[in-house]
Design a protein around this ligand. Structure first.
Ligand SMILES: [Cu+2]
Length: 523
């Protein structure tokens, strides 16, 4: 949407039901997400060719990494992993999940067509030793049918990337890229150094599941309690977003020349990679609406990952963002801003060495090759109405209770969204100044505009079991599954198209589920 911040979205209240209808139609089946990937310290990858699919029906000849042999494991454990969670070729490549300090070995088999020549992998940010193959411009390369081995110590936690170090203008464009997630060493009982357990919270770093109104136990899909060894890096759920694009003309040229007889290290393809005019724009290898289908959906055998964030109010959501393409994509999220935790695995701290220094962003520029970790939380701030309508029972006197961990919602000026504001309601995770607000519009009849389980026809989130109240006054009881939906998308309008047809491309929907709803990422 054109520069549509939350306020403008909400001021166009009549659009809300329309948007909800669209979402309900798109999401005919529940389809959730997380950051699944393969684990171990030794990965046996292959670079090969297959066809990826686009929502307009196009099958695009692509290259990608996959597993030459089953991986050691799969995370998160709460999600089942079909066929070990790693096909023989996928776009993006398999997400590699390792622990900080691991000595990681990646064996790469070059199963690309002979005409493609050599290939390789770079692991930016790490000191890599390559063996086997032959020396290339940037790293050791595997010849057609050959093998090369990379070894490095995963010294820096956080979100990282890997991609081809050979003929990048062609091979990365074709799909040879993936994510590397390094889980931090958390030596203090598995929690960040300096973490202090807040009132009402278990010693798990979780924030939102301690809400009295959330069913317990809330399912845990985190890869780790915190993204970094810092209490402010605790989170409740996480999603990986890899942004990329494709120029199908390049892929067509590569497909046409894939059968050439060739023994040259540099390959025998003559492919024009300029001028670059991408037509497909992807989140985790899929364009909208395909990105809202489940992880490992059968219809995308080589595009296993989706982009489908769900959260409860107040959940601290870790966004792992990677610019995997050749151009910058402005990733715009609606609902709230997001706090940058880290770039390229470097936690951004103030001079005290502890509090977060990263900016609060309305839109994230996804710079090619750069990774970012950000924390997002939805509070209803700026909606200008009370999302629960609990005006009589809530005084907001629990807001800003310092949990001592510098976490975004409740605490210190260094990390709060707005240091001058009264803050957040610790009980509901709602934005305190909105308590007691009268609705700015007449709510629609919930009976008339209800759309399945997604939108109850009122701006109010579903009932809280602790404070069940029928809302709005006089109406029938709230839909306990009522939620909000926000478009998360590229702020470059052409990038929310699929081959120039809107909607498509770099677009997904964030779903805010009421606290009483259990988010199941396995469906
Ligand atoms: Cu928008």
């Amino acid at each position: 949407m054109r520069a549509m911040n939350m306020k403008t979205l909400i001021s166009k209240t009549q659009l809300l039901p329309v948007l909800m209808v669209a979402v309900a139609l798109l999401l005919t089946a529940p389809a959730y997400a997380a950051a699944p990937g393969i684990t171990g310290t030794s990965f046996n990858l292959t670079a090969g060719a297959a066809f990826s699919s686009q929502p307009d029906g196009a099958l695009i000849y692509s290259w990608g990494y996959g597993c030459a042999s089953p991986a050691g494991g799969f995370l998160p454990t709460a999600i089942s992993s079909p066929s070990g969670g790693c096909p023989d070729m996928q776009l993006p490549g398999p997400t590699l999940i390792v622990n900080q300090g691991d000595v990681v070995t990646v064996t790469l088999h070059n199963n690309l067509p002979a005409a493609a020549g050599n290939t390789s992998i770079l692991f930016p940010g790490f000191t890599v030793a390559g063996s086997g193959g032959s020396a290339g411009l940037l790293t050791q390369e595997a010849a057609h049918g050959g093998t090369v081995v990379y070894t490095f110590t995963a010294s820096t936690p956080g979100t990282h990337t890997y991609y081809s170090g050979t003929q990048g203008d062609l091979q990365i464009e074709m799909g040879l890229y993936g994510a590397l997630i390094v889980l931090p060493t958390l030596a203090v009982n598995g929690l960040p150094n300096g973490y202090s357990t807040p009132t009402r919270s278990p010693a798990t770093c979780h924030v939102a599941p301690t809400l009295p109104t959330v069913p317990t136990p809330q399912l845990d899909y985190r890869l780790a309690p915190a993204a970094y060894d810092n209490p402010a890096a605790c989170y409740d759920r996480e999603y990986l977003f890899q942004f990329s694009e494709m120029d199908p003309r390049i892929h067509r040229q590569a497909e046409e020349q894939a059968g050439l007889t060739c023994a040259a290290a540099t390959g025998c393809m003559v492919v024009a990679t300029e001028p670059y005019i991408p037509a497909y724009f992807m989140i985790n290898g899929r364009s909208m609406p395909d990105d809202m289908d489940p992880n490992y959906a059968l219809q995308y055998p080589h595009q296993p990952y989706n982009g489908n964030p769900h959260m409860h109010p107040g959940d601290l959501v870790l966004m792992r963002i990677i610019g995997q393409g050749r151009i910058q994509h402005p990733f715009h999220f609606h609902g709230n801003h997001a706090r940058v935790l880290a770039r390229d695995g470097n936690l951004l701290l103030n001079s005290d060495g502890a509090s977060l220094a990263g900016p609060l962003l309305f839109t994230t520029p996804t710079v090619p090759g750069q990774t970012q970790d950000q924390i997002f939380a939805w509070t209803g701030q700026g909606l200008n109405w009370d999302v629960y309508g609990l005006t009589q029972s809530h005084t907001c006197n629990t807001h800003n209770a310092t949990d001592g961990n510098g976490r975004n919602k409740f605490t210190t000026p260094a990390s709060a969204y707005d240091p001058t504001s009264p803050g957040f309601d610790g009980a509901t995770h709602e934005w305190c100044p909105d308590h007691g607000k009268v609705m700015p519009v007449a709510p629609p009849d919930p009976q008339a505009v209800a759309n399945g389980l997604w939108y109850g026809g009122t701006p109010f989130l579903g009932m809280q079991s602790a404070n069940p109240k029928p809302l709005p006054p006089g109406a029938v009881q709230q839909n306990p599954e009522a939620g909000y939906a926000y478009m998360w998308h590229s702020h470059n309008e052409r990038e929310i198209t699929t081959n120039n047809v809107f909607p498509g491309g770099l677009l997904m929907m964030l779903i805010i589920d009421p606290p009483t709803s259990t988010i199941d990422e396995t469906l």
